[in-house]
Design a binder for this molecule. Structure first.
Ligand code: 5RP
Length: 236
């Protein structure tokens, strides 16, 4: 499954492989989105096919659903599952309180719903995702297309009133057209440099009409499995 991997892919793979140990027979598992989560889906698929592991997976995006089916994992909806034993997902940044920025792959809305409907959330990440303060990675905010430029103006005014360091807001593009999420929404990326008060920013952003959800995951993640390029793994 792995062949010869670059250090970054090896880090993602070993984190995913270790996190797969959190999954037990009969569990309902939230399946994250992104390149690290893809390793997890492949690992779980191998356990299903070769070890007879019986799980039902709830994917957090169309592409993860497709990958899971190809890997041999039974896919169900969150409503069918009702509640999940564990969700395993990647992240763009994590800090020492295990708060996260997610949404680099544009799946933050389903990812947050699925993680919140789980007994525990395990994040898998290469060591480069750890930061002292969140915000170097642009914070994704999902907004509905209707009036998106007005929503953007309101967000920019909010950032000014909150006196955050960086204030640039960009509409995520896919070629010439705005990037579309699985829910048919757009993503605004907030280039903030560092976020002083993650809790306050998350609350304030979600109060703006047109904002569906933001990529700050606060008090949601329980465990981080960190992979290193030399094959070491650390669980926090
Ligand atoms: C997708 C996400 C991803 O988990 C995040 O972007 C990390 O991706 P990768 O594992 O490819 O670095 O939040 O919305």
């Amino acid at each position: 499954m792995t062949g010869e991997l670059s250090p970054i892919d090896k880090a993602k793979f070993v984190a995913a492989k270790r996190a797969a140990e959190f999954v037990e027979d009969g569990m309902r598992v939230g399946l994250g989105t992104g390149s690290t989560a893809a390793w997890l889906v492949r690992c779980l698929g191998e356990m299903v096919r070769e070890d007879g592991l019986r799980i039902r997976g709830v994917p957090t995006s169309t592409r993860t659903g497709q990958l899971a089916r190809e890997a041999g994992i039974e896919v169900i909806t969150l409503d069918e599952a009702r509640w999940l034993d564990v969700t395993i997902d990647g992240a763009d940044e994590f800090d020492s309180d295990l708060n996260l920025i997610k949404g680099g792959g544009g799946a933050l809305l389903q990812e947050k719903i699925v993680a919140t409907a789980s007994d525990q959330m395990v994040v898998i990440a290469d060591a480069g995702k750890e930061v002292g303060t969140l915000g170097a990675f642009a914070l994704p905010v999902e907004v509905i297309p209707f009036g998106a430029s007005c929503t953007r103006t309101l967000i920019e005014e909010t950032l000014v009133s909150m006196d955050v360091l960086g204030r640039q807001v960009s509409l995520r593009m896919n070629g010439d057209a705005p990037f579309m999420t699985d829910e048919g929404n757009h993503i605004l990326d907030l280039h903030l440099k560092r976020i002083g008060n993650v809790r306050q920013l998350s609350l304030v952003l979600n109060q703006i009409p047109g904002v569906v959800e933001n990529g700050l995951f606060i008090d949601i993640c329980d465990t981080v499995v960190i992979g290193y390029g030399d094959g070491r793994v650390e669980v926090r």
